[in-house]
Design a protein around this ligand. Structure first.
Ligand SMILES: Nc1ncnc2c1ncn2[C@@H]1O[C@H](COP(=O)(O)OP(=O)(O)OP(=O)(O)O)[C@@H](O)[C@H]1O
Ligand SMILES: [Mg+2]
Length: 508
């Protein structure tokens, strides 16, 4: 291409895309989408797609498909050499096919699959270091015109930009993964978990954690089973000045009363039959650091009295001894029980409850923080694929849809198990909805909303109902509004107000 021929519009688009590639590594799909959109515009195509070669399976996947049937195409793959895109990938060469029906390389069933009559195709390889990493295809030139060599040369430039964008994003992702793997390992070796979150709700709770970390006040962490209470307790310790000292965990529900008492406060030789030697308790071990009393709602009543004294005076005696021991310990407690009703039933001392409840932290259930679902799912996917040496790239759109519409009664613990299971049984490079083995619950079942105000429940139902309808219509607001019998603008408002998100899109 000679310089004086350069079309200023095309040049401007190219510069714009170049800037984009160099500015945003974190969302490669958005960058690719922009590249394909611009390329389609500039070549006056009617539709287009971008396919990527998966190096392991040597198949081509539709990463971006523009046009009405785009969303349907994303689960469709081609072998190398199959169809026009496959030919381009295999031979690493561009093609202009101005009469598709007469071309033996064309697979007639593909336009049927996309439901898009294809007359002409312009297809170019995306090259990185001479290797073909994907293909961009433009389908049909507007007004029935033919694609030209000029179109092809421009598309090649765009395709190379796209290859570069992928490479950047890959490097970025790999670096970020390595960092999080290292963090995960370092934390793991120190006995701590890696905390993952993306939601506003968790952001708020962590803001509180940050503020209370450096006080010595007793904390009570509340929330359903599996929401991550223990991880929040760890964060309180890790973000405090005590973080170099021990974080000692005690599960108050795991031991019978006497053993628990000796576990907490220690015993002297001969204090009871099995007490063959003197032993220090967990409170002593935690001196200078933090003690985490998990399932504090299960603390037996006699120990509740002792605990009250420890909280007030930081003083206790080992079992069988009358010598008082004083420690410097931050007390963090947690329970998934409804502790107020335990107080009403007389199973939990009210004076202890008031002491614990000075700083309550309520961790919302997972179903109320959809942004965390996708973030956690990716985190567990990375962890388990590494552990099982499987190379799984992500989730299909249906799988993400399933993750988001499930109610997660077992919260993060259940999500973690579901992803582990899916990684084990998956035979593809993306987790599919079927791999998750989730029994989808009935969106209208009242049990799903138990324990929540009517308004919250109604909004949850609305969000789920609308998300499902949007899913059926490839996320088209116009079509969905028609089905639901509402104005498009009203639907858009609901989508915004209810925070309904497509796949892993973040709230911002
Ligand atoms: N935000 C998070 N990021 C990463 N992992 C999490 C997160 N929240 C929970 N998990 C994981 O989920 C599992 C359950 O978390 P945790 O043990 O803290 O729950 P819990 O609230 O204490 O539940 P229970 O009331 O049943 O004891 C753990 O394996 C934990 O690693
Ligand atoms: Mg727990």
């Amino acid at each position: 291409m000679r310089f004086e021929q350069v079309d200023p519009d095309r040049l401007e688009k190219l510069i714009e895309i170049n800037t984009l590639i160099n500015s945003d590594y974190s969302d490669p799909r958005a960058v690719l989408q922009r590249i394909v959109e611009s390329a389609t515009d500039l070549t006056q195509g009617e539709a287009s797609s971008l396919l990527l070669v998966n190096p392991e399976t040597q198949k081509l996947y539709f990463e971006i498909a523009l046009g009405d049937k785009g969303p349907q195409m994303q689960n469709f793959s081609l072998d190398m050499g199959e169809g026009i895109a496959g030919w381009v990938a295999l031979h690493n060469r561009s093609l202009i096919v101005n009469d598709v029906k007469d071309d033996p390389r064309h697979r007639a069933d593909i336009p049927q699959q996309i439901g898009f009559p294809t007359d002409r195709i312009l297809a170019v390889p995306m090259r990185f270091n001479e290797r073909c990493v994907g293909v961009i295809e433009i389908i049909n030139k507007k007004n029935g015109r033919e694609f030209t060599n000029d179109d092809l040369q421009w598309l090649e430039i765009f395709a190379n930009q796209a290859a570069l964008a992928i490479q950047h994003a890959d490097n970025f992702k790999r670096a970020r993964e390595q960092i999080s793997v290292l963090q995960d390992q370092v934390q793991g070796e120190r006995g701590y978990h890696t905390l993952i979150w993306a939601s506003k709700a968790m952001e708020e709770q962590l803001g509180l954690v940050e503020r209370i970390a450096n006080t010595d006040s007793t904390v009570l962490i509340l929330g359903e089973s599996g929401v991550g209470k223990e991880l929040i307790a760890e964060q309180i310790h890790l973000r405090s000045a005590r973080n170099a000292k021990p974080f000692v965990r005690v599960n108050c529900a795991a031991l019978p009363e006497t053993l628990l008492e000796s576990e907490l406060f220690g015993h002297v030789k001969g204090a009871f039959t099995d007490a063959v030697s003197t032993r220090r308790g967990r409170f002593e071990l935690a001196d200078g650091g933090t003690i985490f009393l998990d399932e504090v709602g299960d603390l037996p009543l006699p120990l509740q009295a002792k605990m009250l004294r420890v909280i007030q005076e930081r003083t206790f005696e080992r079992l069988g001894s009358s010598d008082s021991i004083t420690v410097d310990v931050r007390i963090v407690t947690a329970t998934n029980k409804d502790i107020e009703s335990l107080v009403e039933q007389g199973e939990f001392r009210s004076d202890l409850y008031y002491r614990l409840n000075v700083l309550p932290l309520r961790i919302p259930p997972l179903r109320q923080r959809p942004e965390d679902i996708t973030e956690l799912a990716s985190f567990f996917l990375t962890r388990f694929s590494r552990e099982t040496n499987k190379n799984i790239r992500g989730f299909t759109d249906e799988a993400v849809e399933t993750l988001l519409s499930y109610s997660w009664p077992g919260n993060v613990r259940e999500l973690e198990n579901a992803i582990e299971r899916a990684v084990v049984i998956s035979r593809s490079d993306r987790i599919d909805a079927n791999d998750l083995l989730l029994k989808m619950d009935d969106p209208v079942s009242p049990e799903r909303y138990t324990g929540q105000p009517l308004k919250t429940s109604m909004n949850m139902f609305k969000a789920q109902f609308i998300r499902a309808a949007l899913g059926r219509h490839g996320w088209s607001h116009t079509k969905t509004a028609r089905e639901l019998g509402v104005q498009r603008s009203y639907l858009s408002k609901l989508v915004k107000d209810l925070g309904i998100q497509k796949k892993g899109d973040s709230a911002e």
